[in-house]
Structure formats: structure tokens, C-alpha cells
Design a protein around this ligand. Structure first.
Ligand code: ATP
Ligand code: MG
Length: 189
């Protein structure tokens, strides 16, 4: 046990780099957005300001939005203007909305008071090629030192995964939705 502790201590001591991380939460299972919000809570608890840009306008009014409103100016929350228009299939409108959200993301990335930026469902916008992948990955890589960025959404692009420091894939072992259970307040929204 003592030997193991010595090995562990040496391993911890060998890690000396401090940096703002590019984090990607992807995969088919539940927990991508909520894990990002967990980091928001952690950062807020450490006195940092948090920015959140939602690239897909939620169909629902979410509990987290109400909860984070209690933090006032310490949370900058931006929901994409129009949201995706799946029903009308208005691609031009979707692209314009994505660009607007991305412009907001760039603005928050440049704001030195923000310590953590969550780009919720950015992967979806990239998957549909509504934003230029190289430009997005380039801007994320050129982020301010010290700024942590979390990107969520299924089907993360390989170039983003390559650029990231931390990538977690949520696996779908079991989801109540398949058993006919509808979205539950406080769990899904
Ligand atoms: P959450 O916001 O709960 O962390 P998520 O961000 O991982 O979920 P999204 O792809 O953004 O998942 O989908 C959002 C909604 O879809 C959530 O209400 C979630 O419960 C639901 N969902 C996530 N994974 C699955 C799945 N495998 N089957 C059915 N519904 C799912
Ligand atoms: Mg999500």
C-alpha cells in the first residue's frame, strides 16, 4: 500500500501544466449538457463567471435556466435567436441563427471576466455544416489561456475531438424513454 501511494504521489507530482481546457461531451447517452452544467456550478463556486450559448433552442423551459438566473450577472446565458426550424426545414434561417450564436460565443470567448464557456449542442450545428468546422476549431484552439470551454452534443467531429484536451463519450446503456417514460420535470428539463 505504501509503495502504491508513493507511485501515485510521484504521478500526481509529475503533472505540472495549468491550462484552460477544451472539453467535449459527446455520445448517444444522457448527461452531456447536465455534466457541462455541473462544471458551471463548480466554476461558480470558485468565483468564476460562466457563459452559456445554446445552439439549439430548447423546446422546453429548462430548470437550469431558472436556477442559474439566481446567479445574476455571474452567468451570461444566450439562447440562439430562432432556434433550429426542423419543422419548416428553413435551412437559411437555421444557418443565420447558428452564425448569430457563434458570434455570441466569440464575444464571450474574448470577455476576460468569463472563466468557463459552455457551447451547448455546438456539435449539432457542426454536424449539419451550418458553421465552418475549421474556423470553429481554429477559434477554440486560439482561446484565451485559462479559459475553459465545454462543447456538447452527439456526433462530435473528429477534428474537434483531435483539438480537445478532454473528451467524454456518454454511452446509452439504458434510457427510460425506450420504456415509454416521458420527459420528467427536473430530470430532462
Ligand atoms: P441532458 O441534457 O439530460 O444532459 P444530453 O445533453 O446528454 O441530456 P441531448 O442529446 O442534448 O442529451 O438530448 C436532450 C434530451 O434527450 C434529454 O431530455 C435527454 O434525457 C434525452 N436523451 C438523451 N439521451 C437519450 C437516449 N439515449 N434516448 C432517449 N432520450 C435521450
Ligand atoms: Mg444536450
Amino acid at each position: 500500500m505504501e509503495k502504491r501511494k508513493a507511485v501515485q504521489d510521484a504521478e500526481v507530482a509529475a503533472k505540472t501544466i495549468e491550462k484552460g481546457l477544451l472539453i467535449v461531451n459527446t455520445g448517444p447517452g444522457k448527461g452531456k449538457t447536465t455534466a457541462a452544467l455541473g462544471l458551471a456550478l463548480r466554476a461558480l463556486g470558485r468565483g468564476r463567471r460562466v457563459g452559456i450559448v445554446q445552439f439549439i433552442k430548447g423546446a422546453w423551459d429548462t430548470g437550469e435556466k431558472h436556477a442559474l438566473a439566481a446567479f445574476g450577472e455571474r452567468v451570461a446565458w444566450h439562447t440562439m435567436g430562432e432556434g433550429f426550424t426542423w419543422e419548416t426545414q428553413d435551412k437559411a434561417r437555421d444557418i443565420a441563427a447558428c452564425r448569430e450564436a457563434w458570434a455570441k460565443a466569440l464575444e464571450l470567448m474574448a470577455d476576460p471576466t468569463i472563466g468557463l464557456l459552455i457551447l451547448d449542442e455546438l456539435n449539432i450545428a457542426l454536424r449539419y455544416d451550418y458553421l465552418d468546422l475549421d474556423a470553429v476549431v481554429g477559434a477554440l484552439q486560439a482561446r484565451r489561456p485559462g479559459l475553459h470551454v465545454v462543447v456538447t452534443g452527439r456526433n462530435a467531429k473528429p477534428a474537434l475531438i483531435e483539438a480537445a484536451d478532454l473528451v467524454t463519450e456518454m454511452g446509452n446503456v439504458k434510457h427510460h424513454f425506450s420504456a415509454g417514460v416521458k420527459a420528467q420535470e427536473g430530470i430532462e428539463f
